[in-house]
Write a new protein. Structure first.
Length: 511
């Protein structure tokens, strides 16, 4: 189904029985969503009114931010538990979700970044690039760039290191700077537009899957991306949009959709790099010979995007990324933390520690990639679940994990989340498993408490709150599923043995 056909299907008339049923039942769901949107908007307005000055006493702001998840979670319960709407009620709900997310973002847009100044660095990179210098070579504090210093430089941080953001993200920085120089609010406005596109893309993707498109609310109304993109201005909104559009195009059959899929995935890769590992899951392996257009466009897009910076940077277009990816931090992923603890326990240093670290990282990511690919090509794992697993593996070995990184998990939640229990099928294994990335994404907001603590924080408590619960849940579910698989295997093996024995007895009697 093409994107146009999918969009038109939202307006298809329903049968008289469905129309009568929806006229009786669905307004209740819509009214509940309207009420919860008003509650969420009230919290967002409260956040704007009480927002502190940048990098001051932020704990009350963080606490109110966490409380604002209550109406959002209730709205998610309404979407997941109530039957999907039909006809005009569905269109009203979708309009409420799209317009609602734009309104929620717009309320906070004028605020300056409060807990992170990364977005100021985006504009500085654009300013440097447009003046003919490479942000991958020249650090902001460089004497060569003294004539360029202005309010952007004054508000940015990490002035002693070159940039680490790939060319795709740099393109959006430059576009924003060309349209509105030195205007951070304008750049954040671009991110809000991208969020609207992501919301519509999720609706189309859910419709392609035969699912309720209103489930896009699980991402669109989440206070995490609303705060991180509208106030902080983090560039992850770009990668999230491109990955959502990649999934839409991958499932489409219109002419040129394969080439467009390659372009969109390349742009996601050029924004955050790790989407490169999603490439095996967008290829149609049974028709691999016909995938040349996707692979060609994907490769050319990446080469052409890096080429200007390779020339401008004298062959060094990575900047600070290699250092950033290798330094140990207090908010590293679980595997990175365990590996660091292992090398510290045995006092491994130098080359031995380096080989140990990267061997474990390669095993985790490579193993996840191979297992996910095998399950995917045998149709035992969906594309979205494969994306979730491989990105989760990358985050597990990452030396830095921040709350805004997890917005990519939240984009996949509407496609994979299920009610925990239903009368027809009982407990949902997938629904229980999806609690782990959902909780992980939201709970990481508490990192701000520890980072801005006046005394030395207890990072062990941070990992206990954020990581231990999801890890324990996944381990328990893995054991449960393994036990069920074992019981099924033994039962099927017993049936097979009995059938073979009966067959042999029959042959013996005939002889």
């Amino acid at each position: 189904m093409s994107i146009a056909e999918t969009f038109r299907s939202l307006r298809d008339p329903v049968s008289p029985d469905d129309a009568r049923r929806s006229s009786r039942q669905m307004p209740g769901r819509l009214l509940a969503l309207v009420f919860l949107f008003v509650c969420l908007a009230a919290f967002i307005i409260w956040l704007r009114v009480t927002a502190p000055a940048p990098e001051t006493h932020v704990n009350p702001f963080i606490s109110l931010w966490l409380v604002s998840f209550l109406p959002y979670l209730l709205a998610c319960v309404v979407i997941l538990l109530f039957p999907p709407s039909q006809g005009r009620w569905l269109r009203y709900e979708l309009a409420l979700i799209v317009l609602g997310t734009l309104v929620l973002h717009a309320i906070l847009l004028p605020l300056p970044p409060i807990v992170s100044r990364d977005s100021w660095r985006y504009l500085w990179d654009a300013r440097v690039t447009l003046h003919g210098f490479s942000p991958y070579i020249y650090v902001p504090r460089s004497t060569v760039l003294i004539p360029l210093r202005n309010v952007i430089y004054d508000n940015s941080r990490y002035r002693d290191v070159p940039t680490l953001y790939p060319p795709g993200a740099q393109g959006f920085y430059v576009l924003s700077y060309l349209l509105a120089p030195n205007n951070l609010t304008f750049f954040k406005g671009i991110l809000v537009v991208l969020e609207g596109i992501t919301c519509v893309a999720l609706m189309l993707l859910l419709r392609q899957r035969g699912m309720d498109p209103a489930r896009s609310l699980l991402y669109a109304w989440c206070p995490l991306p609303i705060i991180e993109f509208s106030i902080q201005g983090h560039q992850e909104a770009i990668a999230v949009m491109f990955l959502a559009l990649t999934l839409v195009c991958t499932n489409s059959k219109w002419r040129g959709s394969r080439a467009m899929t390659g372009f969109l995935l390349a742009m996601a890769t050029l924004t955050n790099l790790y989407p490169l590992l999603c490439l095996p899951f967008v290829l149609r392996w049974r028709e691999l010979r016909r995938e040349w257009s996707l692979l060609l466009v994907f490769s050319l897009t990446i080469v052409l995007a890096y080429l200007p910076y390779i020339i401008l940077s004298h062959g060094l277009p990575l900047g600070f990324f290699s250092t950033y990816a290798s330094e140990q931090s207090s908010n590293a992923g679980m595997v990175a933390l365990w590996t660091h603890s292992l090398t510290q326990t045995f006092h491994w240093t130098g080359l031995l520690a380096l080989l140990t670290r990267y061997s474990i990282y390669a095993f985790v990511v490579g193993g996840t990639l191979l297992v996910s690919w095998w399950l995917y090509i045998h149709e035992r794992l969906s594309r979205e679940a494969a994306f979730l697993l491989i990105i989760g593996a990358v985050f597990a070995i990452s030396t830095h994990i921040y709350a805004w990184y997890n917005t990519i998990f939240l984009m996949l939640v509407p496609l994979l989340a299920q009610p925990l229990w239903s009368r027809r099928s009982g407990w949902s294994k997938q629904g229980i498993v999806m609690l782990a990335p959902w909780y992980f994404s939201i709970s990481m907001i508490v990192w701000y408490y520890f980072f801005y603590a006046s005394a030395r924080p207890d990072w062990g408590l941070y990992y206990l709150i954020v990581y231990d619960g999801p890890v324990l849940l996944l381990v328990v579910m893995a054991l449960w599923l393994g036990w069920q698989y074992r019981a099924t295997f033994i039962r099927n093996s017993g049936v097979t043995i009995n059938e073979k024995a009966a067959s042999m007895n029959g042959k013996f009697r005939e002889e």
